[in-house]
Structures are given as C-alpha cells and as structure tokens.
Design a protein around this ligand. Structure first.
Ligand code: ADP
Ligand code: MG
Ligand code: MG
Length: 891
C-alpha cells in the first residue's frame, strides 16, 4: 500500500526528510529540522502525490488517506499530550500548503484549527488567558471563512473595524476577551448570512475542509499565474502540512518573527529579521503592526525606539542565533526562517533557502567559499545567471540633482523610473503599450503579481522588509521601496499625496517618478543613472566562472558604444555585427534608398560609392575597439522592402539625390514590396541578385582591416558571414566574390589580413546540407531566431497571439524564441554541427540570436559542443556564468 502521510516531531521524522518532490519544500525542511533535533512542533505532511489523486478522485480525499491522516493526528496527540477536539485542553493545528518550490502567498494557510464554542472554553482555561483564546478563535473563523469557505475577508475586517470604533480604540490589542467573544458571534453570523449554513463546529470536519482547500488552491488562478511566470510545471502538486499550533500571542513573553541568517539585500554576514511581541503567524508580514528589529545593531542603525528581540528576549534570542548557525552549517546556504516564541520557548516553523538580491547572492557565494562552507565550484553554481541582470543595470547617478519627496525602506535594490500607476491591471496595460510604469500601492498582495511583473519598480506605503511587496520584488529583480509611510494613496482619485498643507505634493496617475530601491528614496521626475561597477564580489565570481567554462562568449553588437560595453562585460569578440542597422542612420538612409530604387547597376553603384566610406569608417571603429578579437560581420540581410520610403517627403529626397523622378521611384518601390518579406528577397539572395551590394560591404571590411594594420600594426580578425544560405552553390558564388574583393583590396593596399568566410545556419535545408556547405564555409553561426521561425513555421513578430496559450497548455515548455526548442531546432543544430565537422574538422561553431544569452540554451550549446555563444552586451556576464555552470554540471 502506498503511503501518503509522513510524520515529524519529537526529535525524529519519517525517513523522507529532505525529499522536496514528495513532501514539498516546507514539509521536507520541517522534517529535516525535526530530525537534526531542532524544536519543531510535531506534525505530518500529506505528500504531493496526494494532490494528483485529490483531483483524480473528483476533488475529495479518499478513505484510505483519511485513515492515514487520522493516524497522523494521533501522532501529534501523543507528543503534545493534547487531544484534538478535547473540550478541556484541545490540540489545535495549522494546515499549511507547501509546494516543491516556495510560491509566496499563492497557497493558503489556516491557523488555530480545532476551535469551536466548547474547545475555546478549554483553551481559555488551560492557558489561563481568555483574551488569547477568543482572539485565536476569531482569527480561525476569519482565516477559515476566507480560505476554505470563500467568504469575502473584507466582511470580517469591517466587523473588526466597527468593534474597535464602538469601543473607541485603534489597535487590535486594545480589545479584551469579551470584545473578541462578541466578534466571534458576529463572525459566525457573517458566515451563516453569506453561505446559508453554519460555520463547521466539528474539528474533524474543519480539518477535511482545510486540507481540501489547500489541494484546491493548487489550481487557483493566482497559483496558475505564478507558475506560468516562474515556469513551474502544473503537475508537481502541493503537499499539505498539518502541525500542532504554538502560540506567539500568549502575552509579553511570546512573539513571532521572520529572519534571514544573512542580510538578503546586501549579503552581509549579519542576522537579519523582524519580530512582534504577542502576535501570531502572519501579523509580521501583514503590515497591521509595524514589526520590530531582531538585532540591536539593526535597531540602532535605523534609529528605532521599540526594543529589538536581542534586548527584549535575550535568552531566546541567544538560542535563535544558535539555531541560525546550525541551519547554515547544515544546509550550507543562507536560510529564511519563521519562528514563534511561546511563553519563552522557541519553536521553529519554517526554514528554506532565502531569496536574495543578485548582489547578496554574489556576496554570500563568495563569502561562503571564503569561509570554507562551500567550494569555488559551488559558489559559481549558487548564483542564478539571470539574476545578474539586476546588477548590470544602471543605478542613480550620485551627482545628479533630485527632488526626494518621500522615503521608505530599501526593499529591493536598483533604480527605476516610470509613470505612476495605482493598480496592477493598469500597470500591465500601460506596460503592454511600451510605457515604463511604477506600481504604487498601499501594500501589495498576490492579486497584484501581474502588475508587479509589468512594472519597472514598486512603491508601497505600508509593509516592512519582509512584506509581500519586498519579497516578491526581490525575487523578480524589480527595484522596490516599501513602507513609505509619508505617502497617502487615494485609489479612487488615482493619486498619492506626500506631506501636508501647502508644502504637500500630489502625484497623479501618469506622473513620472523615480525610486531607488537601494536607499528607499522616492523622487519626482526622472533622475539620470550611471553604469554599474564590475569589480568586487562580481569580479571575483566571474573570475572563478571564467576558469570553469569551455564555451567562449561573444557579443552581438554594431555600435561603438555597445562594443565598448560588451568588452567591459568580458566579451571575447563579436559574434554578430549586423550591418543593416548602420544603413538606417538618418544621414545615410537616403543613399540606401537611392541604391535600392536605382533602375540599373550603374545607378546602384553610384549610391554604393557614397555608402562605402561610411561603412569603412564603421568597421574601422569596431576593429579598433575590439583590438585583436574576432569580429563576425554579417552582410546585408533584411528584405529591401524594410528600407523603402513611405512619406512624400522621403520620395522627394531620394529623387533629388538620384536624379530619378518620383513617379519612377514609386513604381520601383511598388515592384519591390513583398507580401511575405520574411521568406522573400533577403539574405544572400540580395548578394546573388545585386552582387555589387555585398562587394561594397566586403570592400569596406577589408579596407578597414588593412587600415587598422597600418594604424596599429596589429591585424584585426574579420569573419565575413553570409546570411540565409540554403545551398552550397549560393555560398560558393558569394565566397568567390568576397575572396576576389579581398585580393583586390590587399593588392591596392600592399598589405594583407587573415579572414574567414562562413555562413549563418538559419534554414532547415542549410542544417541538413551542412556537410556540403562546409566545403565552402569556414565557420557556422546558428542564427537561432530565424532557425526557430523557419523550423516551426512561426513568425516571431506575430506569435504573441497564441504562444502564451501554447506555453500554458504545455505544448511548449518555454517560449521557443526565449529558450531553444531543444527537440526540434536543437536537433537541426546537432545535425549541422556533426555534418559540418565531418567535412571540415575544427570548423568554428557558434550561436547568435536571443538564445545566446539564455542559460538553458547555453547549457544546450555546451552539450552540443559548440565553440561559442554570442549575446547582447548586457547579457555577456550572464552567458559567462551560465557557460561555467553548464560545464560544471556536465562534470
Ligand atoms: P506561508 O507559506 O504563506 O509563509 P505558512 O504555512 O508558513 O504560510 O504559515 C503562515 C504563518 O503562520 C507563518 O507566519 C507561520 O509561521 C505561521 N504558522 C504556521 N504554522 C504554525 C503553527 N503550527 N504554529 C504557529 N504559527 C504557525
Ligand atoms: Mg502566507
Ligand atoms: Mg511561511
């Protein structure tokens, strides 16, 4: 018989501790903490395998599992000495979800389960604290009502507000036992009014309801959205944890808190966290009361008054610090922890690898390697390459003037600028239209995830460093300022106010704001930014990565600026220099149009004459910057169609330059327009039909190369790349033209340079014919953007309409334009690599295209044995790290 329930607590756990796939992250770590002797309230985990079965059985828990769960309750009763449903001294439990990877706020937790009108009396008596008992009861009805029964939680909150108003108090803590008791009665009325039936009183019924609700929440819209954004498969399922309650709301020697073993923003080796005395569960992160600092140092640094835990509860704090160290040594990673203190006794409720900023990830990895806790290889593997993105982007220029209108907590670092919007839907809509937005909320909740994702940055008026906004923003790499108490947000009028009276400011929807998630500053208007420094921990880790990788990393760049940035980021050459971008320059476009629209070769040559010196200057500059590194230059690729004039004025200008009349030009333009330009007159087809274009480009390349030799004495390494080749014959014709041009230039200049001629592989036919094409080609560069389009028969520009659904339905695991379709496109690349090498051993193989900066695609390139990947400048460090990780994982 298969087992679905795994127990933990009392210093031991059922053999499966640490098995996240089976127990979910939370359950696996609870079991593991229990088995290494940490104080964990006893409980059990219903495995993720049950999630599937729950749905297969028509959303119910089958009888055999019910029996196992009942045994689990007996296990908890045995350890705690309390009985579930006992009217004298009841066992209460929490019911908690927990998938393999943490999905913040996606799944719902119910606390204090097991309370009813009888057991609440027992709890009051046994604890000697009726206020606590009734407070726990109302919390239970509220959470259970919301999460399990689907009653709008606003109704409960309103009732609570009314109760406080009636009594003339502001804080929950000002309500006494009688007040809570009255509120419980009101809550039960609300449930009965909303549902037409009573709140369940039998603790076992409550339990089945809660367990079912956790499994049920796996398929909630919120959970599905989160999974889609984070590429989490729908079939993983969630586990359910049922655990004895411990109470942080039992007076002034009780508390609850969250902590990190190191600073998750900076990575500094210092305990970091927040806690609240006399509070329960989510109070710390819910933003209802302002949490207090964990350590004295943090409190002093912030200049805050309320005592830190280190001061208020020194003994338990000492114990907690010991647990932090044990956990770090055990997991060999920074941990994110939840704990509760019940009447001076410490209980651990959760641990997991802590989410951290990229900066912290680097520092922690480098520090831990230094401390001997992990090896250099592990350090390299610890940092998510995609997260480096956060560090590679600009920060606020320290010298730039700014108007700081508010300050909050530095919740997620980096600077962001955009138009203020006050709800997630607007954020998403505006971002969809290409607007940069800052999402401004009182506080965020899981319903806002899509808006947070769409925003450049997030600003909240409430909530601490571990609030929903802060945690999610750090995970997404969005700059965030949280808890900016000085701002007042009015959702109705879509504005926020800062300060009062005549010095007050108003920021309306659409006004530009800048936030600095590293300092917590909120500024009006746009503040200029500066490039990041690539030294320190970043430099150390990248240095380690470079010694571990086999793949070379090049860049896709064509402007001098991009080339310089890429070199600073460690690019080892250019893998793709697109020449058409150079043609779009407003000062050149008329010449380009004149060339395209000419009705004779002589006309074209006249225009090309004017373009030659400009192209030569472009290449000279690039060779100069790339000093001795290979530079792959792609000959003109796009459909001529893209350069055609549209406006009256543009035609007139071309007419002036070429001497042709507008009428003729219009006719030519009509002839050149295509209905399917992506599959039309483009790529090497241009070179075949208008050889003088490629001849001019080849001449520009070689003239630039010999000029550099004369200037610096050092030879550049040009690699001339022919696009969209389908047959060997095409390449043979164009290669002959390139070679002939090279010889002519070398003879004129009296100097030579070595160069290569190769081709892009971006058509399935080229991949299949790679053996023949390699007779001509000295290198292949896989143009995976087009290869994906032509292999899948999908246009990248239009695919948005259905691709999201394809990913949602699991037809594609990932968007094939973001991450290589390994099965299809990947197989073609594999075939081409193999056939190419058979013809020409040692043929240089690389990939350019968006995929060159995608870690999963880079792992594929490593596995296929390519020589290099080429990525856009800002992705070069990501590619370096991903390449190292791919090599290390390959072993
Ligand atoms: P999440 O995944 O959203 O953090 P959790 O299951 O961890 O949800 O629980 C929500 C809150 O309730 C946390 O603050 C947690 O520490 C607290 N909690 C969970 N179980 C217990 C328990 N048995 N006793 C006391 N507090 C608990
Ligand atoms: Mg939660
Ligand atoms: Mg938790």
């Amino acid at each position: 018989m298969s087992q679905f329930v795994y127990r933990f607590g009392g210093g031991a756990s059922d053999g499966k501790a640490g098995d996240k796939n089976l127990l979910g992250g939370k359950g696996a770590n609870l079991a593991e903490m229990a088995s290494i002797g940490l104080p964990v309230p006893p409980g059990f985990t219903i495995s993720t395998e049950m999630c599937d079965r729950y749905y297969a059985e028509g959303e119910r828990i089958p009888d055999d599992v019910c029996a196992e769960i009942t045994d689990g309750i007996t296990h908890i009763e045995g350890i705690t000495g309390k009985i579930f449903g006992d009217p004298a001294d009841p066992l209460l439990v929490s019911v908690r979800s927990g998938a393999r990877v943490s999905m913040p706020g996606m799944m719902d937790t119910v606390l204090n389960l097991g309370l009813n009108d009888e057991t609440v009396q027992g709890l009051a008596k046994a604890s000697g604290d009726p206020r606590f008992a009734w407070d726990s009861y109302r919390r239970f009805i509220q959470m259970y009502g919301d999460v399990v029964l689907g009653v709008d939680h606003g109704l409960f909150e309103d009732a609570l507000e009314i109760a406080k108003e009636d009594k003339g108090v502001h804080l929950d803590t000002d309500l006494d036992a009688d007040d809570w008791q009255r509120l419980v009665a009101r809550y039960k009325e609300i449930v009965a009014e909303e549902l037409g039936r009573d709140f369940p009183t039998d603790p076992h019924d409550q339990l089945w309801g809660a367990v079912g609700a956790v499994f049920g929440s796996w398929q909630s819209e919120r959970a599905k959205t989160y999974r889609r954004l984070h590429h989490i498969p729908g079939d993983w399922g969630t586990a359910v944890n049922v655990q004895a309650m411990v109470f942080g709301n039992l007076g002034d020697t009780s508390a609850t808190g969250v902590a990190f073993t190191r600073d998750p923003s900076t990575g500094e080796r210092a305990y970091y966290g927040e806690y609240l005395i006399n509070a329960q569960g989510e109070d710390v992160v819910a933003g209802i009361r302002t949490p207090q600092y964990l350590t004295l140092a943090a409190r002093e640094r912030a200049g805050a008054k309320p005592l830190s835990m280190e001061e208020a509860l020194p003994e338990v704090y000492g114990q907690l610090a010991g647990v932090f160290d044990t956990l770090e040594r055990h997991y060999r990673d920074m941990q994110d922890i939840e704990f509760t203190v019940e009447r001076g006794k410490l209980w651990m409720l959760q641990t997991r690898s802590g989410k951290r900023t990229a900066k912290a990830a680097l520092r922690i990895a480098v520090d831990m390697a230094g401390e001997g806790l992990i090896s250099e290889e592990e350090a390299v593997l610890r940092v998510d390459p995609a997260a480096l993105d956060q560090l590679l982007h600009p920060t606020l220029d320290p010298d730039a003037p700014r108007e700081v209108i508010a300050k909050g907590l530095p919740a997620s670092p980096g600077a962001a600028c955009g138009r203020a919007v006050f709800d997630a839907d607007t954020a998403e809509r505006w971002a969809g239209n290409g607007e940069k937005v800052i999402l401004v909320r009182v506080e965020t909740s899981p319903e806002d995830i899509h808006g947070m994702h769409a925003a450049e940055g997030i600003l909240t008026a409430r909530g601490g460093m571990t609030s929903h906004a802060a945690v999610v923003a750090r995970g997404m790499g969005r700059p965030c300022v949280s808890g900016s108490a000085g701002i007042a947000i009015d959702y109705k009028s879509k504005l926020m106010r800062v300060g009062a009276g005549s010095s007050g400011r108003e920021v309306k929807e659409g006004d530009v704001l800048t936030i600095d998630g590293s300092t917590g500053e909120v500024m009006l208007g746009e503040v200029p930014t500066v490039q990041p420094e690539l030294v320190g921990d970043f430099g150390t880790l990248m240095g380690w990565a470079d010694t571990k990788r086999r793949l070379r990393v090049r860049t896709n760049a064509e402007t001098p600026n991009d080339c310089r940035t890429a070199r600073e980021f460690g690019a080892e050459g250019i893998g793709l220099c697109r020449t058409e971008h150079m043609f779009f320059d407003p000062e050149r476009i008329t010449n380009v149009r004149q060339m395209i629209l000419a009705d004779s070769e002589a006309g074209r040559r006249a225009a090309l004459e004017k373009l030659l010196p400009e192209q030569r200057a472009d290449f000279t500059e690039i060779f100069r910057i790339m000093a001795g590194l290979p530079v792959t230059i792609r000959l003109l690729d796009p459909p001529l169609h893209e350069f055609l004039p549209h406006e009256e004025e543009e035609f007139a200008e071309v007419a002036r330059a070429s001497g042709l009349d507008v009428e003729t030009l219009r006719r030519r333009a009509g002839e050149l327009s295509e209905s399917n330009p992506m599959l039309g007159h483009r790529g090497c087809r241009l070179g075949i039909t208008y050889p003088e274009i490629y001849e001019m480009q080849a001449r520009a390349i070689f003239e630039a190369a010999v000029a550099i030799v004369k200037e610096t004495g050092e030879a550049p390494i040009p690699e001339v790349m022919v696009p969209l080749v389908a047959t060997r014959a095409e390449l043979a014709i164009i290669k002959a033209l390139i070679d002939k041009t090279a010889e002519a230039v070398f003879a004129e200049a009296g100097a030579r340079v070595d160069y290569l001629v190769g081709t892009m592989i971006e058509l399935p036919r080229a991949a299949l014919q790679a053996g023949a094409i390699a007779e001509e080609a000295e290198f292949f560069s896989f143009g995976t953007n087009d290869l994906t389009q032509t292999t899948l028969g999908v246009s990248r520009d239009d695919a948005g309409r259905f691709l999201t659904q394809y990913v949602e339905k699991g037809i594609f695991g990932r968007d094939p334009f973001v991450s290589i379709d390994v099965e299809g496109v990947g197989e073609l690349i594999g075939i081409a690599a193999e056939r190419g090498r058979k013809t020409r051993a040692g043929i240089k193989l690389g990939i350019c295209g968006e995929h060159g900066g995608d870690p999963a695609s880079i792992a594929f390139c490593e596995a296929t044995g390519l020589d290099y990947v080429s990525a856009s400048p800002y992705r070069v460090p990501i590619a370096r790290l991903a390449a190292a990780q791919a090599a290390l994982r390959k072993g």
